[in-house]
Design a protein around this ligand. Structure first.
Ligand code: ADP
Length: 261
């Protein structure tokens, strides 16, 4: 599991009591659902917590082709014959890692069936293909993320009910400016101007946009600016042109940019 250990502290700017709440949930191995828009710091938070707890972290970015077998494992055929290879979920459960299933709702429906017995008091993972009922290691814990929204797929009630939820939002502007400055190396004032633009784009949410600029996008703009790109151009490249191709939305984003620079 050495490859899954996080050696140095991932920078995470806390916004409230989420570190203490994660620790309380982990102490009793309660599965956690992190809810919030994309690019608001959920993954960074899990990396930070894995580092704090000194546990390896196995992350899976879920997508619509991801199946139960991809998570659990499969038989492989090589020169020596067939051998079983644990998938990421089995690996984490067997060796006591945190398993982070990013955007679980994107995965195929059969994946939720396999996580259910792991996400309740049974803490078991049936490896049906190799006839093993894997009891999770005492250090194992499950964390999943979910980006709710009008266009988002719903998580099944039977899945939701197994998790405690922590809600994430984009940080307050001063905090977000500090994050963007720290992540990009840009001066705080310049980072604050980029964040002010980002906040304007978020007001367009619901008017053709699911979410406005994420913290991730604002970090990208700041990184470009730190490379000498003019801030207005950097915001155009990292946010306006990246967010939408829909002419009305694009126009509104450009107006937000005009109002900012
Ligand atoms: P999510 O998992 O919610 O989609 P990430 O955790 O990948 O988002 O965040 C995207 C980027 O935004 C991170 O790589 C980091 O640069 C920055 N970021 C967002 N929130 C924070 C935070 N609270 N502390 C530190 N960096 C953050």
């Amino acid at each position: 599991m050495d490859a899954y250990r996080i050696r140095s502290e991932p920078f995470y700017q806390s916004a409230g009591d989420e570190i203490a709440l994660f620790q309380a949930a982990y102490a009793k191995r309660l599965p956690l659902l992190l809810k919030g828009p994309t690019g608001c710091g959920k993954t960074r938070f899990v990396e930070h917590m894995a580092w704090r707890l000194g546990k390896p972290l196995v992350t899976v970015a879920c997508h619509d082709e991801l199946s139960a077998a991809d998570l659990v494992g499969r038989w492989l055929l090589d020169a020596e014959g067939t051998r079983w290879q644990d998938g990421p979920l089995a690996l984490a459960a067997r060796h006591g890692a945190l398993c982070y299933l990013d955007e679980l709702v994107e995965a195929r429906a059969d994946t939720t069936v396999v996580i259910h017995p792991l996400a309740d008091t049974r803490r078991m993972l049936p490896l049906t293909a190799c006839n093993e009922l894997l009891a999770a290691h005492p250090d194992f814990a499950l964390v999943v993320s979910y980006n709710p929204g009008p266009l988002a797929r719903e998580l099944k009630a039977s899945t939701r009910q197994r998790f405690c939820a922590l809600e994430f939002h984009y940080p307050a502007p001063e905090v977000e400016a500090a994050i963007v400055a720290r992540e990009s190396g840009l001066a705080l004032d310049d980072a604050a101007a980029i964040v002010a633009f980002g906040v304007r784009t978020r007001r367009l949410q619901g008017h053709g946009l699911d979410d406005g600029a994420s913290t991730r996008m604002l970090v990208h703009a700041a990184v470009l600016a730190s490379q000498g790109v003019a801030p207005r151009r950097a915001c155009r490249m990292a946010v306006v042109d990246a967010l939408s191709d829909e002419p009305g939305v694009h126009e509104a984003l450009r107006a937000a940019l005009d109002a900012s620079y």
